[in-house]
Design a protein around this ligand. Structure first.
Ligand code: HEC
Length: 266
């Protein structure tokens, strides 16, 4: 049987032996020693660096500016730049060739070291077809295979909802641009187009500029500047006739089978 009685905490505490309180006081006092020591060690100024148990790669052996290093004969840890080093800020050389600028403005001519001739055009065409055609298309109208594929993927919902069409290089705003500006676009890119300075050597970039300009001229040249223009009326008539006549594809199989050579374009 248990006594009915109320719970009295004071009476309970009085029953705890005295030596318990004395022990607890001692433990609390000693317990304050380590934090006090740590506090002292971490804050008081000393000659030695403070104790740093967990390194976490905080310290690395290295030479800082103005320190000495006996490895070198002049005992300096700082070394002069390798002979021939050019800092970007100090670049005073051929900005025309490297940046496409003359006196801080886009160049309206080709650099002196680039000769615009048939060989440069051929090179430019080849490089254009490798690096630019995928987006800008073979004629530069912005209808390259990558563009067409991207539109397809967007239409059937496979991939994404946004695509920036490569610009047509035949837009007035691009045709008006100087060679230096086109060179700059190829080198550094523009908005959604990446720069090609790291992939295409500088001479090849100028060759591509020449080909871009050639493509632009091909669309806008006045007839009197085109060699063989005296044949234009004749060619025009031929084209009109071909357009009026049923094409081999529509015109039935007879024609194509009699004369296989007529199948392709001429
Ligand atoms: C991956 C696709 C892609 C490739 C490859 C690419 N371009 Fe472009 N290009 C673009 C896009 C997109 C724009 C439109 C950028 C914009 O205005 O957001 C553009 C714009 C341009 C313009 C117009 C710049 C202007 O001032 O509006 C020129 C010129 C041009 N590209 C030339 C080139 C040449 C030359 C190459 C090859 C070295 C090339 N591009 C390769 C996507 C491409």
């Amino acid at each position: 049987m248990r006594h009915e009685g109320h719970f009295d905490p004071v009476a309970m505490l009085k029953r705890v032996p005295k030596f318990f309180w004395a022990g607890a006081a001692v433990i609390v006092c000693f317990g304050m020693v380590p934090p006090a020591v740590i506090f002292y060690m971490r804050t008081a100024p000393k000659r030695q660096p403070r104790i740093h148990l967990i390194q976490n790669m905080d310290n690395q052996p290295k030479f800082k500016a103005q320190q000495t290093n006996e490895l070198f004969r002049d005992n300096r840890a700082m070394r002069p730049p390798v002979a021939g080093t050019v800092s970007r800020d100090a670049m005073t050389g051929d900005t025309h060739l490297w940046l496409g600028t003359v006196d801080g403005a886009f160049a309206s001519t080709y650099p002196a070291s680039i000769t615009v001739d048939r060989a440069l055009m051929d090179r430019g065409r080849e490089r254009y077809d490798i690096y630019c055609l995928p987006c800008h298309g073979v004629t530069g109208d912005g209808q390259g295979p990558v563009h067409k594929r991207a539109m397809q993927l967007m239409e059937n919902g496979t991939n994404g909802t946004a695509w920036v069409q490569p610009r047509s290089i035949h837009e007035d705003a691009v045709v008006e641009q100087s060679p230096g500006r086109i060179f700059h676009t190829i080198s550094n890119g523009l908005n959604n187009m990446a720069g090609y300075a790291s992939q295409i050597p500088v001479e090849d970039r100028w060759a591509i500029v020449a080909w871009v300009e050639a493509l632009q001229v091909s669309r806008n040249a006045p007839p009197e500047e085109v060699p063989g223009n005296e044949h234009f009326p004749e060619v025009r008539r031929q084209l009109d006739e071909e357009a009026a006549a049923p094409s081999p594809a529509e015109g039935g199989h007879d024609h194509a089978s009699h004369d296989p050579a007529a199948g392709g374009g001429h």
